[in-house]
Ligand binder design. Structure first.
Ligand SMILES: N[C@@H](CCC(=O)N[C@@H](CS)C(=O)NCC(=O)O)C(=O)O
Length: 150
């Protein structure tokens, strides 16, 4: 395992095992951030995350924004703003590797820029299967599956 660890990793990096990801509880209730083009970001996230079952839960005027979720539990909320937040790295959990691949295709079709095609990231752990796409406002959008191949 040690040979798989990139020497750029912080020395206190906690190596996680897939078993750490079996808890079906969420750390977040919702995450909300401002976007520079509300319509573009809403369209991107809806298309890119459709493979995960994500849809609009509720929506107000752009200044209030939209809430996106697969099930009405943990949600992602976007709203129109002129403020410029630092780039975000958002990672969404997938149940299987097919969802990771479907996300990557959908996100690229939605105008995203490739930042890592679907693949195992052995430097994270043996079953870390993820894809990365740069979305609107330059955010790094990831979908990751921690389960072994079905
Ligand atoms: N293009 C990279 C993207 C990987 C990536 O974004 N990894 C996340 C952690 S899961 C990260 O924050 N990497 C450090 C960075 O981008 O500076 C790849 O395919 O390996």
């Amino acid at each position: 395992m040690a040979a798989e660890i990139d020497d750029k990793m912080p020395t206190n990096f906690l190596i996680r095992t897939p078993a750490d990801h079996t808890l079906k509880e969420f750390m977040f209730d919702h995450v909300k951030f401002g976007v520079s083009d509300y319509a573009a970001s809403k369209a991107f996230f809806l298309k890119a995350l459709e493979p995960l079952g994500v849809a609009v839960v509720q929506e107000g005027p752009p200044g209030y924004g939209v809430e996106l979720s697969p099930n009405g539990e943990a949600s992602l909320c976007l709203y129109q703003t002129e403020e410029k937040p630092a780039h975000l790295h958002l990672a969404f959990r997938a149940e299987n590797r097919q969802q990771v691949e479907a996300f990557y295709r959908a996100a690229m079709e939605a105008g995203g820029k490739d930042n890592g095609a679907p693949d195992l990231c052995l430097e994270y752990h043996t079953n870390y299967y993820a894809a990365f796409v740069i979305g609107p406002d330059g955010h790094n959008i990831e979908v990751v599956c921690h389960e072994p191949e079905a």
